[in-house]
Design a protein. Structure first.
Length: 256
């Protein structure tokens, strides 16, 4: 039986010769080692600082986003949330009333729901609404009317007609202003209606006196009188009986 022998490989001699020529690896000097360690340490510190900076930027970004969302929420609450003051209460609805803090987000409001500052109210061609104001005023909205409650004592009439009755509690009556594109109407203790028209307004006074401020100055409207004011400030007065049919819609919409 043949015996296997381990013969040296022809390449082993060349490899050994090469290693002898190259010699042993030289160890770096202490100064070189310190330089390398310092460079590595500096690079490590820079990497750590970059990571910390990234985390800080992310944290500031998150904080800014939270602050922006919180600010928007606070602004929304101020404009239309529970902290906004109540300026009226829906006392009666014939048909349905659309109301809300924005003209593009109106919702149906039933009787008994409060109206807040900044709310827009809208009636269609089959709806009328009666509102009770905290200052003792009863307000009624005719069909196809759009109003905005700018303040407790001021409403902006954008379209249609509204009726004001402040006789219920004279001790609580305060000045109230109806703002229109053609001018404003103010009163203290009276009954009147304001109707927005294409080129002005028509103010009918059933009882008391109103002050109409317009482009040309100001004019008084007295009971039993209809005052029409154009956008240019032109005035036209006509007699208006307390039994005139123009009052019928307001009487029919009176709150219970």
């Amino acid at each position: 039986m043949a015996t296997e022998r381990n013969e040296p490989h022809p390449d082993d001699a060349g490899l050994q010769e090469l290693l002898r020529e190259v010699g042993a690896r030289k160890e770096p000097s202490a100064e070189a080692s310190r330089s390398v360690e310092a460079a590595v340490h500096a690079e490590w510190r820079a990497m750590i600082e970059e990571r910390r900076s990234t985390r800080r930027r992310n944290a500031w970004g998150i904080a800014a986003g939270i602050a922006l969302v919180a600010g928007a929420g606070i602004l929304t609450l101020q404009l239309s949330g529970p902290d906004a003051p109540d300026v009226a209460t829906v006392a009666r609805v014939e048909g349905h009333l659309l109301a809300g803090p924005r003209a593009d987000g109106l919702q149906v409001r039933p009787p008994g729901v409060p109206v807040r500052k900044g709310d827009v109210l809208r009636t269609d061609d089959r709806s009328r609404v009666a509102l009770a104001l905290p200052n003792g005023i009863s307000m009624r909205l005719d069909r196809n009317t759009v109003v905005t409650f700018a303040a407790v004592d001021r409403v902006e009439l954008d379209a249609g007609a509204l009726y004001i009755d402040s006789r219920n509690d004279p001790s609580r009556v305060t000045s109230f202003t109806v703002q229109t594109a053609a001018g404003s109407v103010r009163h203290v203790g009276t009954q009147y209606q304001v109707r927005s028209q294409s080129d002005g307004i028509a103010v009918g006074v059933r009882e008391g006196t109103v002050l109409i401020e317009h482009e040309s100055g100001s004019s008084l409207g007295s009971s039993g009188e209809s005052v029409r004011v154009t956008r240019r400030g032109e005035i036209r007065r006509t007699a208006l009986s307390t039994q005139d049919p123009s009052w019928a819609w307001a009487a029919a919409t009176a709150p219970p």
